[in-house]
Design a binder for this molecule. Structure first.
Ligand code: TYD
Length: 202
C-alpha cells in the first residue's frame, strides 16, 4: 500500500520544526516506516538551492522557480519512491509554502504556481497538511530569541507576514478535508495532543 504524505506548514516562528521528529516517532510507534525531510531541501541539489533562496537577493519569480527546481529533484528522487514503497513521508514545508510565501506574500499568480506544481508533482500531493498558526508578535519573539542569522523571509516586515498568514488560512478554508490549522501559541503538550487527533483518522 502507498504511504501517506504529511506536510507541516506555517509562518516563520510558529515552531513547527519542533514537532517534526516527534510526529515521525508517533507514526513509527503505529508501525509505519517513516521518512522525514524538508523543503526547500532534502537532496544535495535542493539543499544548495535552499541556501541560495534563503540568502541571495532575488526576485519573487526567481524564488518560485528555485523552489520548484528543488522540489522536482526532491520528489523524483526521494518522496515519490518512498511513498510508492509504502513509506510514510513527513515533510517540513511543501508547495503550500510557495502559494503562501511567493503567491500570497509576493504576488506571484496562483495559477502559475498551480501549473508548476502539476508539472513538478502531478501524482504526489499531501494527504494531510498541518498549518502551525500564530500572530506576528509570537512569531517575532520566537525568531528573535533564536539569536542565529535570520534568512531573507524572517527579515520581512509585518505586512508580508500577514499576507503569508492570510494565504495559509485561506488555503485551509478552501481545503478543509486536507488542511488543518493548529494554534501554535498553545503549549507543546497541547499541540501534540492536537497532532495525535489530526492523524488518528489517516
Ligand atoms: P523554515 O522552514 O522556516 O526553516 P528554518 O526553521 O530553518 O528557518 O525556512 C524556510 C523558508 O523558506 C521559510 O521562510 C519559507 C521559505 N519558503 C518559501 O518562501 N517558499 C517555498 O516554496 C518553501 C518550501 C519555503
Amino acid at each position: 500500500m502507498r504511504g501517506k504524505f504529511i506536510t507541516l506548514e506555517g509562518v516563520d516562528g510558529a515552531g513547527k520544526s519542533t514537532h517534526v521528529e516527534w510526529l515521525a516517532d508517533q507514526l513509527r510507534s503505529r508501525g509505519h516506516k517513516v521518512f522525514v525531510t524538508r523543503e526547500p531541501g532534502g537532496t544535495e541539489l535542493a539543499e544548495s538551492l535552499r541556501s541560495l533562496m534563503l540568502h541571495q537577493p532575488m526576485s519573487a519569480l526567481g524564488e518560485t522557480l528555485l523552489a520548484f527546481a528543488a522540489r522536482e529533484d526532491h520528489v523524483r528522487r526521494y518522496i515519490a519512491p518512498a511513498l510508492e514503497a509504502g513509506t510514510w513521508v513527513v515533510c517540513d514545508r511543501f508547495t503550500d509554502s510557495t502559494y503562501a510565501y511567493q503567491g500570497g506574500g509576493k504576488g506571484i499568480d496562483a495559477q502559475a504556481i498551480q501549473t508548476l506544481s502539476q508539472m513538478t508533482h502531478p501524482t504526489v500531493n499531501p494527504d494531510r497538511t498541518l498549518i502551525f498558526d500564530c500572530p506576528w508578535e509570537v512569531s517575532q519573539a520566537r525568531i528573535r530569541s533564536g539569536r542565529r542569522v535570520l534568512d531573507r523571509f524572517e527579515k520581512e516586515g509585518r505586512d508580508f507576514f500577514e499576507r503569508v498568514r492570510g494565504a495559509y488560512l485561506q488555503a485551509a478554508q478552501h481545503e478543509p478535508a486536507r488542511i488543518r490549522v493548529l494554534d501554535a501559541t498553545q503549549p507543546v503538550e497541547a499541540i501534540r495532543a492536537m497532532l495525535i487527533q489530526e492523524l488518528a483518522a489517516l
